[in-house]
Design a binder for this molecule. Structure first.
Ligand code: C5P
Length: 234
């Protein structure tokens, strides 16, 4: 069986809701993502339970602080045995290098990736904080910086993945949210791609929340998406 490329976003406010959902899923078909809300309420204990149920965990806490603080936070996160963690590339070179040094590439099994720009930010928001230039240029620049600092990859829009893959090469992991099956509801997402489009654009992993978590049959929804991305003639 292929390694799971779908990361199910557990956007729940309580541990039992997340655990009820994962009880319906199969760790051979997906990994799971725990974000700020769920981790703040349920903490390391939930991470442990998810691991005990066989799931790889992406701890999506997007650290952004002075280098020393981020390095220690990364170390603490990795010590929980999670599969992936992330930081903000806007924390800059020293912070990214400190995060990498905290999880040495040849000994750490936790993947370390960075968020470039939040996709919720448009040009006006960027100007407000003094960032000049086109969004895609800033994303490219932050992706390059992330790679230079030795991190394993970035979170990016599936629509940006093709350009990024072409400029940054294959040895860099692209994790893409904003995925919607062709017949799915957009919810609050705007710039979306189908699972297959995202993979064809060069994404390694797809972060998918509501199309699976809110489905009548979450396992069936997950199986269908896996079938779409794993069928060779696609
Ligand atoms: O339910 P949905 O598939 O929209 O969930 C997407 C997940 O990916 C959420 O956890 C959301 O916070 C996260 N995400 C995103 N866009 C980004 C970064 C993260 O949708 N740019």
């Amino acid at each position: 069986m292929n390694e799971p490329r779908i990361i199910v976003a557990l956007d729940f406010d309580r541990a039992n809701h997340a655990l009820d959902l994962v009880a319906q899923l199969d760790p051979r078909l997906c990994r799971v993502k725990v974000g700020k809300e769920l981790f703040t309420t349920a903490g390391p204990q939930l991470v442990e339970q998810l691991k005990n149920n066989g799931f790889d965990v992406f701890l999506d806490l997007k650290f952004h602080d002075i280098p020393n603080t981020v390095a220690k936070a990364c170390k603490a996160a990795a010590s929980m045995g999670v599969w992936m963690i992330n930081v903000h590339a806007l924390g800059g070179r020293k912070m990214l290098q400190a995060a990498r040094d905290a999880l040495p590439i040849n000994t750490s099994t936790t993947k370390l990736i960075a968020v470039t720009l939040l996709t919720s930010m448009d040009r006006n928001d960027l100007q407000d904080i003094g960032l000049q230039g086109e969004t895609h240029q800033i994303v490219q620049r932050l992706a390059r910086l992330t790679k230079d600092c030795g991190l394993d990859g970035i979170v990016c829009s599936a629509l940006e993945a093709e350009n990024l893959r072409n400029t940054i090469g294959n040895d860099f992991c692209l994790v893409t949210p904003g995925i919607r099956p062709a017949d799915g509801n957009l919810d609050d997402q705007k710039r979306v791609a189908t699972p297959l489009q995202a993979i064809k654009n060069g994404a390694d992993y797809l972060v998918i929340g509501r199309p699976i978590t809110q489905a009548k049959d979450p396992l069936l929804a997950l199986q269908k998406i896996n079938q779409e991305i794993n069928t060779p003639e696609n």
